[in-house]
Design a protein around this ligand. Structure first.
Ligand code: CDT
Length: 311
């Protein structure tokens, strides 16, 4: 564990990545934010979900080659290597989300944890895939994560890295309490995540302000109830006319927002995260070993959908 118990923590929010933007241009933006984060005392940087491309699940794509260009076949690959090199030379770790195409042809919405030496120490594949797999002709845009990705097969695992215990998730996972509880049961000290949240909900007429309210309330409640820091990086603004919310934040285990992005563009926010705050909650109100009663929680793993009252 980290002996001084503080982590220089940065979230690198991204403004839009358009269809025409090259990987090289995107990686240059990431490197610029990495340097800024380092200059402000960060030892770890959180980048968004699908950070290297536009949020392509909004498009119905029939041409396989056109679709395949959004996926990474190896990581790091030559286009992303400069980010790994710069992180190693600055001695900064990072989290990065990207679309993964495995050698077996499997497709996942993936995030990796990279340590200060530039080594990948953890991988997460998104479990809660939102949206649909059919072509919704009447919708203003698509949300085809269920078509373009499989449900992740790696579970929610905590990783010890550079003296801190990390958990990872991706976007829609942040709305599900199970995500954080499985990680806090492994004594994760911080959950890092990236997101692409369209401002318009294509499934129902959700008021615009609720998109940000439900984002923040999910992070704040789960940070507190699981005694951990949460660092969330948006890709936001208008990608080729499709707007996504910003409000990247770093949330303390008190549930309070310690830092929040103000723009809908590339923006770095930083906090010196005191990991002892989480220790305090873990020893007292959320001392799991002392206070949890899993015998009364069985329904959580036995039942998937909401059903009838227990007999
Ligand atoms: N990328 C992602 O998971 N976005 C979802 C949108 C849900 S609406 C189909 C989110 O939870 O923000």
């Amino acid at each position: 564990m980290n002996s001084d118990r503080t982590l220089g923590l940065a979230v690198a929010q991204m403004g839009p990545v358009h269809l025409a933007d090259s990987r090289e241009a995107v990686v240059r933006r990431l490197i610029e934010m990495l340097r800024e984060a380092k200059g402000r005392g960060a030892g770890f940087v959180v980048f968004p979900e699908l950070a290297l491309t536009t949020f392509f699940p909004r498009y119905w794509i029939e041409d396989q080659d056109e679709l395949d260009r959004f996926y990474e076949r190896t990581m790091p690959n030559p286009q992303v290597q400069p980010l790994f090199d710069e992180a190693r030379s600055l001695s900064v770790g990072f989290y990065l989300g990207y679309a993964e195409l495995t050698p077996e042809g499997r497709r996942f919405n993936t995030a990796i944890l990279v340590d200060k030496a530039g080594a990948i120490v953890g991988k997460y594949r998104k479990i809660h895939l939102p949206g649909h797999s059919d072509h919704k002709l009447d919708a203003p845009f698509q949300h085809l994560e269920k078509k373009y990705f499989e449900v992740g097969d790696l579970g929610f695992r905590a990783f010890d890295m550079d003296g801190t215990r990390f958990g990872m998730c991706l976007c829609n996972d942040r709305r599900w309490p199970e995500t954080y509880r499985v990680l806090s049961l492994q004594t994760a000290e911080i959950v890092v995540l990236g997101y692409n949240t369209p401002s318009v909900n294509i499934h129902w007429n959700e008021p615009l302000h609720l998109r940000t309210t439900t984002h923040l309330i999910s992070l704040q409640a789960n940070a507190y109830q699981n005694a951990l820091w949460v660092a969330a990086a948006a890709k936001c603004g208008s990608e080729d006319g499709f707007h996504m919310i910003g409000s990247s934040v770093i949330v303390a285990p008190t549930g309070e927002i310690a830092a929040r992005a103000l723009s809908e563009d590339d923006e770095v926010i930083t906090v010196q995260a005191d990991l002892r705050i989480g220790d305090n909650f873990r020893q007292h109100v959320f001392n799991f070993a002392k206070h949890r009663s899993p015998e009364h929680y069985r329904l959580i793993v036995e039942r998937v959908g909401a059903g009838e009252p227990l007999a």
